[in-house]
Design a binder for this molecule. Sequence first.
Ligand SMILES: Cc1cc2nc3c(=O)[nH]c(=O)nc-3n(C[C@H](O)[C@H](O)[C@H](O)COP(=O)(O)O)c2cc1C
Ligand code: SF4
Length: 663
Amino acid sequence: MAYPRLFDPIRIGSMTLKNRIVMAPMESHLGNADGSVSAEMIAYYRERALGGTGLIVIEFTCVDGHDGFSSMAPQLRLDNDRYRSGHGKLVAAIRSAGAHACVQISHAGRQSRESVIGRTPVAPSPVPLKSFFLNTGTPRELEEEDIRRIIASYANAARLAVSAGYDAVMLHGAHGYLLQQFLSPLVNRRDDQWGGDFERRMRFPIEVVKAVKAAIGDRTLLYRLSVSDFLDGGLTVEDGEKIAPRLCEAGVDGIDISCGSLDSVDVIVEPMSIAEGWRLPMARRIRAATGKPVICAGVMRWPDKAEQAIVDGDTDCVSLGRALLADPMWPIKARRGQAADIRPCTSCNWCIKETGSNRSVSCAENPRCGHETEPPIDGYGEGLRATVVGAGPGGMAAALMLEQAGFDVTLYEKRERLGGNLITSATPPNKEKLFWYHEFLLRRMERSKVTVRTGTAVDADMVARERPDALILAGGSRPAPLELEGYGNLPTAPAYEALIGEIVLPPSTPDRPILIYGGGETGTETAEYLAQRGHHVLLVSRSAASLLARNAEPLYRMHLLRRLRENSAIRIMDRTGLAAIDGDHVLLTREEERIAQPAAAVLLAHGLVPDTTLSDALGGIDVPTIRIGDAVQVARIGEAVRDAYRAVQDLRRLILQPEPIAC
Ligand SMILES: Cc1cc2nc3c(=O)[nH]c(=O)nc-3n(C[C@H](O)[C@H](O)[C@H](O)COP(=O)(O)O)c2cc1C
Ligand code: SF4
């Protein structure tokens, strides 16, 4: 068997897991509006259980609807007997698919919103939360009787969980939720029996653990611990080493290693720049300190790494969060030695953007994530021909899904390489994980029967001649029109051509830099990419510097902007326009001023618009046609792949049943 240690059974508390793979708790927004379990949620979790995961941890579930909800509603709840039966069905679905089931129970404390709970959020001390994700004002300090009520709520939720059939309960003691608020000196400023020094800050978590343990009897109790706040003056790993053994003495059977709070979200759901398995050294220390099984989450992406972490004694189990959104079949594929077939999570955090906008969980690469109740793509296209124009991520995904639907598919790409915007997105520094996805798509493409024609531009005549039964236009975008007073003979090109390797840039100096016009994601990333290659860059942005890369994934952006600020090869001019390219320099405008700036070359990153050239030219050609991705609206990989999935479903209807009703 591949990865024997990963598939070694393990006993944690009273449960014996069939392997060391745990699904990390992740809010899915798939529950019903009243906080109960829905059919969609059951299907979503069951799919991950069918994929071979040993322990499924259900997302954070509120112990007290009075003031315990997180800032995101609706949230699952277990504070009343009426929620039990839904959880019972969920547990049964998971168990019947061969996994154990655990539920994470939580109280958000100050990480809530008045608009969600209808009252001022509560906390150990009135310390406001000023995270860029959430700004909640000053919370109300908890009184003794509130604290007692909340401890009882944890115990009540745990009792309901056990009676619903859960094998284990996990306390959410991480990510800045109430348990962590009591532990962290940054938030707990009390000077009474619930705070003041380490011992008194420990008191609330210890009392919760004892109350929950008493409520669940011999069922397993897990504790998700942020072993470090990653904030000045906050909890450190050394604190974690003292806290974890105390929790275990009080009744915890295993620690799930996490870190951070809403003030340091970039260590909770790490952006693309963070290395695989970076939390393992922390897990190792907590494992040594407690002698109890530990579970380690955080950018575990490939079975090799997971196996090695267990072999090395860093952790006992690995927790997969986003990796299981991208590919629920990760464990089965690992077990079969088919790691290269795993659809790899790239930490692009599109899923975070979706759930953060209160939409249901989804994955940029796996459009079925969160839609598991929909039937799989069937063979409706047997005997038919489909053409896909454009081989970016959306086009490649569409071609593969059309083939799955039975079509004889031809994929056209005007460039010599498949990948389109996926290549330009993956090329800048710290984004190499995106190449994992590129390589995955190429492998899938190679194994498929899709006919690939690179270096071939498609026009309307070609479509008219070939007359496919279905046509998907995934031709992407083109630079937005840019009106200048003049174009001189300085080398000028769209910035993405530099990223894709289609142009060779002349040497640059601090006085005669490469000028990039446009402070969006492409402009800023191209600046970093060129600086890494020894160029001197002048990044010119029409907007204020505070708005640089404003559409980038926020956590990635935080790191990107920090790196830009620290990079001496990059100079930024904000609130500046480009008036003309003139001989060996450019003319810039800033307020009333006109500035002649020498430049070695100009790269344009001022914006993109959908390229509709082909669809405009198709006119009256009667072929069922759907446009997807940037060819409709310039967005991200997730939107393009989701469009592709919807297009393949919509074509089914267009082809098989153009009229949905008979009257
Ligand atoms: C969409 C999403 C929702 C999450 N919700 C929770 C949650 O409910 N409780 C929790 O403890 N962590 C939550 N997390 C954090 C994950 O459990 C996990 O620790 C984190 O994503 C890092 O692991 P990964 O790299 O395997 O994804 C969430 C993460 C994601 C991506
Ligand atoms: S959306 Fe991106 S980060 Fe989220 S699971 Fe999918 S690939 Fe991973």
